[in-house]
Design a protein around this ligand. Structure first.
Ligand SMILES: CC(C)(COP(=O)(O)OP(=O)(O)OC[C@H]1O[C@@H](n2cnc3c(N)ncnc32)[C@H](O)[C@@H]1OP(=O)(O)O)[C@@H](O)C(=O)NCCC(=O)NCCS
Length: 215
C-alpha cells in the first residue's frame, strides 16, 4: 500500500513511524476499555453534521453515548489521537467477514473533531489501522461514506482505494499487502508503547480509607 502523499505535521519517530509523544503534545495510540471516559466525551462533543457523516444517519446524544460505551469492547482495533491530552481523532477497524474468494476483510471508520482537520490526523489513523489489519491477515479494507463526503473520498483515494458509488453512498476498497516480519515487529513495538502510555494516563488509585479501630 502506498503511504500518504504528504509529510504529517507532527514529529514522527523514524524507527516506528509513530508520532512522538510530548508532554501536552500529540500522540497516536491504541485505545483500551480504560479509555472509555475519553471515548464517551469524544463522541458527545461531535456536532450533528460530523455524527451524521460518521454514522451515515442522524445520531443523538443517547445513541452516541451508547455507541461510545461499546466502541472499545467490540471486536476489532480502535486507535485515537490525543492533542494536548484530549482525544481529538478516533479510528476503528472492525472485522467484516470474508469476501467471495475467502478474502479476509475489515471495515474502517474515521472521525476527526472539527477544528483538528486537514492536519493529517485522518491519514495517520488510516495508516495505523491499515498496518494493524495487514498484520492480522486482512487483505482488504472497506470504507463507506455518504457520496457527498468529499473529504473522506479524497483521503481514502490517496491510499489507493477503488471507489464505487451506490445509491447515495460511496464505498472504497483498499487492497493490503501481506504482513512482513518488519510490519509485525513494528506493530509489536507500537503496541508495547501504547500499553505503557495507556497505563501512564490511568488515574492514580487512592489508598483505601483506614479501617475503624476495634473498641
Ligand atoms: C474525513 C475525515 C476523517 C478526514 O480527516 P482529516 O484529519 O481532516 O484528514 P487529513 O488531514 O488526513 O486529510 C487527508 C486528505 O484528505 C483530503 N481532505 C480532507 N479533508 C478535506 C476536505 N474538507 N475537502 C477536500 N479534501 C479533503 C485531502 O486530500 C487531504 O489532503 P491535503 O490536506 O494534503 O489536501 C474528517 O473530515 C472527518 O472526521 N469527517 C467526519 C466523519 C466522517 O465523515 N467520517 C467518514 C465516514 S466513517
Amino acid at each position: 500500500m502506498s503511504s500518504p502523499h504528504r509529510v504529517p505535521v507532527f514529529p514522527v519517530d523514524h524507527l516506528s513511524r509513530r508520532p512522538v509523544m510530548r508532554r501536552g503534545g500529540t500522540s497516536l495510540r491504541r485505545l483500551w476499555p480504560s479509555d472509555g471516559p475519553a471515548v464517551r466525551a469524544f463522541f458527545l462533543r461531535l456536532d450533528p453534521e460530523t455524527r451524521a457523516s460518521r454514522f451515515m444517519a442522524a445520531v443523538g446524544d443517547r445513541a452516541a453515548a451508547s455507541y461510545a460505551e461499546r466502541a472499545t469492547v467490540m471486536s476489532g482495533v480502535v486507535v485515537g489521537i490525543f492533542v494536548g491530552g484530549t482525544l481529538r481523532a478516533l479510528g476503528e477497524l472492525r472485522p467484516f467477514g470474508n469476501g467471495p474468494s475467502g478474502l479476509r476483510r475489515a471495515e474502517v471508520a474515521l472521525t476527526v473533531e472539527q477544528g483538528f482537520r486537514r492536519a493529517g490526523l485522518g491519514s495517520m489513523l488510516l495508516q495505523r489501522l491499515a498496518e494493524a489489519a495487514r498484520n492480522r491477515g486482512i487483505a482488504e479494507l472497506r470504507l463507506s461514506c455518504l457520496s457527498h463526503n468529499v473529504a473522506m473520498r479524497r483521503l481514502i483515494m490517496a491510499f489507493g482505494a477503488e471507489m464505487r458509488l451506490d445509491d447515495g453512498e460511496s464505498e472504497g476498497a483498499i487492497r493490503l499487502a501481506q504482513a512482513t516480519p518488519l510490519s509485525l515487529w513494528r506493530e509489536g513495538i507500537e503496541t508495547a508503547l501504547d500499553f505503557n502510555l495507556a497505563v501512564a494516563t490511568l488515574p492514580l488509585s487512592r489508598p483505601p480509607p483506614p479501617l475503624p479501630r476495634a473498641a
